[in-house]
Design a protein around this ligand. Structure first.
Ligand code: 6PG
Length: 231
């Protein structure tokens, strides 16, 4: 378990530092592979980080592809949409020319056909990711790996790239990149804020079933992960 826990004084400092770290990985991927793909999380935490990253000027954003680690199965007119958050907070200014691969592909439910349509699009994503930035809920979920998820085992083990999942704590039906696909990355970050999430991470790092706190599957994967936290 190679976890580097970094604490920052406040949200603004964390957002700037995380944006610089991800920007470095993007530049490195462009230099070595000619392109860079990143996968980011939705929710309420990432907005400042997205704004800081999107303003970064010394990135050839035309060579960057952005996607989500997961999505609520709603279209971009819905306030719950992670794609809406990314478009509003990240893909602005210099970053506006980056390509975005959404996970929602239409309809009321993530049907097999809809998920297959998303996966055809995701098949064109450059591999590995330059960076994957995860969040975490206080129930120990990350991406849409929720406790009680109907496809949780598959989400943690299948190559993917993505699959549908429904769970008691998830709200809408979700689509999530699978853990093996997320781990195909040059760098992995976990962005959490507040004391409650720090305590949740401590619980997740302790012994216990992955099913109870699925973020444990990431923490126990052996992949180096940088945890960025602020009060
Ligand atoms: O679609 C989502 O909700 C996210 O991708 C999810 O995995 C998020 O990272 C956590 O739920 C934390 O969310 P908050 O940042 O709102 O606490």
């Amino acid at each position: 378990m190679t976890i580097d826990r970094r604490s920052f004084a406040d949200k603004t400092t964390l957002a700037r530092e995380l944006a610089e770290a991800v920007a470095d990985r993007i530049r490195s991927a462009i230099e070595t592979r000619g392109t860079a793909a990143i996968a980011v999380s939705g929710g309420s935490t990432p907005a400042k980080f997205f704004q800081a990253l999107g303003k970064t000027k010394d990135i050839d954003w035309a060579r960057v592809v952005v996607t989500l680690v997961d999505e609520r199965w709603v279209d971009e007119t819905n306030d719950r949409s992670n794609a809406l958050l990314v478009n509003e907070k990240l893909l602005q200014g210099p970053a506006a020319v980056a390509r975005f691969f959404p996970l929602y592909s239409g309809g009321e439910e993530p049907s097999d056909d809809a998920v297959a349509k998303t996966n055809r699009l995701l098949g064109d994503l450059p591999k590995p990711f330059a960076a994957v930035v995860l969040g975490m809920g206080n129930d120990g979920h990350t991406a849409s790996f929720f406790p009680g998820g109907d496809t949780l085992d598959a989400a943690l083990s299948e190559a993917g790239p993505a699959l549908a999942i429904h769970a008691p704590g998830a709200g809408e039906a979700r689509i999530t990149l699978t853990l093996p696909r997320l781990l195909e990355t040059d760098s992995l970050f976990l962005h959490i804020e507040g004391d409650e999430k720090a305590q949740t991470l401590d619980r997740a790092l302790a012994d216990g079933p992955v099913a109870d706190m699925p973020v444990r599957a990431v923490l126990r994967s052996g992949a180096p992960i940088s945890v960025y936290w602020c009060p």
